[in-house]
Design a protein. Structure first.
Length: 178
């Protein structure tokens, strides 16, 4: 973050202090500041990722859709599957794909299994934009270059535990399907 936009204090630590002052030392300020820190880091990372993806005509959300399509077996997925995998409302998935179609990064074709639905197919231009964005994100260490590889592994492990507890996926499931 540019120096002139930085706050002169940690707003989350301040919120923790205010939380404890209002609800007492026995309150649940620790999980509140931890969860709020996760959300703040997510906002900071998305801001950086959007700036990087923007150099290639993308937002991070559109980049994620391109990666999802590129990782699929045939470079194509139904609109419903895209929404499920990106954890967004079907309308948001449709909007994202429509924007990628307008840019020539994706083609929409009829879904042979569902006449009302569509399949999104990544184009060569979409692959090129996705690869260029990926290279830039990797160069920026996905915004986590200040953490050592061991710290990144520890953070992933901790956050994975939260995801498992929330039912994000079946732990121990090794099946990877598109």
């Amino acid at each position: 973050m540019p120096k002139d936009l930085r706050l002169p204090f940690d707003p989350i630590a301040r919120a923790g202090d205010l939380w404890r002052a209002r609800w007492g030392e026995g309150s649940r300020s620790r999980p509140m500041v931890t969860a709020t820190s996760i959300m703040r880091v997510q906002q900071l990372l998305i801001t950086e990722f959007d700036a990087i993806a923007g150099r290639h005509g993308l937002t991070f959300a559109r980049y994620e859709a391109l990666v999802l399509l590129a990782f699929s077996r045939e470079g194509r997925l139904s609109m419903g599957r895209i929404g499920e995998r990106l954890m967004v409302h079907p309308t948001s998935a449709t909007n994202t794909i429509q924007r990628l179609v307008a840019q020539g990064f994706v083609e929409r074709v009829p879904n042979p299994q569902d006449r009302r639905g569509a399949i999104a197919v990544i184009t060569d231009t979409g692959r090129a934009a996705m690869e260029a964005t990926t290279a830039d994100l990797e160069s920026a260490d996905f915004g986590l270059g200040m953490l050592s590889p061991e710290e990144q592994d520890a953070l992933f492990s901790l956050l994975r535990g939260v995801r498992v507890a929330a039912g994000d996926f079946v732990e121990g499931s090794e099946e990877h399907t598109s």
